[in-house]
Design a protein around this ligand. Structure first.
Ligand code: NDP
Ligand code: 8X3
Length: 263
């Protein structure tokens, strides 16, 4: 990655949260191909193991079957694996979710807690734990997965959008705090990506499939490629933010669906 010539001999690790599905799993595959060893974090241990098995020939992996909302277990994990964290170069803060689309007056408070605790506090926890290692190493990149929902609000999405507005603010604030260090910080902001996101949000496979029906959404791999590109810029280049929509989506809530029946 940036400065490869000088540091090509060093072991380099990337930590990817939410690696059990969607964008996180696709990013793990991409970064493994780019020569990174991987710390893979997510709650579903079976999926982490499966991914590690798949990547066995390309990358060393360290599995972190953890809940990003649990600061104490994150801190313990980092402490116990300090030697590996010393070689951390990239942190992809991807773990996140939306729950529900109810109006605020009808919403379930636990859904708000889960979104805020995961998307905002979890991201902050792991970032705080990784920063001393990245600073000591003198190179590193934090890539946050925000969303177009961090720029534009839509009905029923207020709290999810607020968490992604927070991700944008935290990305900017961190970049300011790190000014004068070699560390880079990027916010990647996708529109509709077909992953387990809508299933998690709506809790119903048919409703989730309808979100992506009759249009071509982004694939997790499209975002993984973007993350790879961002990280792969020379060390003096910081892509601050990048908004990516599918061609069939012009804005949040404005999509083109074809009326043609599938062949
Ligand atoms: P998926 O549901 O496919 O993946 C979400 C990942 O987050 C899973 O690996 C899940 O792992 C992990 N995760 C959720 N909660 C926790 C937790 N408490 N602790 C640890 N890991 C957790 O969705 P996507 O791949 O689409 O989502 C990835 C990111 O992209 C999210 O931040 C999302 O907001 C963002 N995004 C998604 C868009 C989309 O349209 N799909 C568009 C814009 C942004 P596990 O359940 O195993 O813990
Ligand atoms: C996910 C995209 O538009 O469903 O962040 O909020 S959207």
């Amino acid at each position: 990655m940036g400065g490869e010539g000088r540091h090509g001999h060093m072991k380099k690790w990337a930590c990817i949260t939410g690696a059990t599905a969607g964008i996180g799993a696709a990013t793990a595959r991409r970064l493994a191909e780019r020569g990174f060893n991987l710390i893979l974090l997510g709650r579903r241990k079976d999926r982490l193991k499966q991914l590690a098995g798949e990547l066995e020939k390309t990358a060393a992996t360290l599995l972190a079957p953890l809940d990003i909302r649990d600061y104490a277990s994150l801190a313990k994990f980092v402490r116990e694996n300090e030697l590996i964290f010393r070689d951390l170069e990239v942190l992809v803060n991807n773990a996140g979710l939306a729950r529900g689309l109810e109006k605020m007056q009808d919403a379930v408070v636990e859904d708000w807690q889960e979104m805020i605790d995961t998307n905002v506090k979890g991201l902050l926890y792991l970032t705080r734990l990784c920063l001393p290692f990245l600073l000591a190493r003198g190179r590193g990149h934090i890539v946050n997965i925000g969303s177009v929902a961090g720029r534009w609000v839509y009905p029923g999405g207020g709290v999810y959008c607020a968490t992604k507005f927070a991700v944008r603010a935290l990305t900017e604030g961190l970049r300011m705090d790190l000014l004068g260090t070699p560390l880079r910080v990027t916010n990647v902001e996708p529109g509709m990506v077909e992953t387990e996101f809508s299933l998690v949000r709506l809790g119903d496979p048919q409703k989730a499939a309808n979100v992506y029906a009759k249009l071509q959404p982004l694939r997790a791999e499209d975002i993984a490629e973007t993350i790879e590109w961002v990280v792969d810029r020379p060390a003096h280049v910081n892509v601050q933010e990048i908004v990516i929509y599918p061609t069939d989506q012009a804005a949040v809530g404005l999509v083109h669906r074809t009326n043609k029946e599938a062949p």
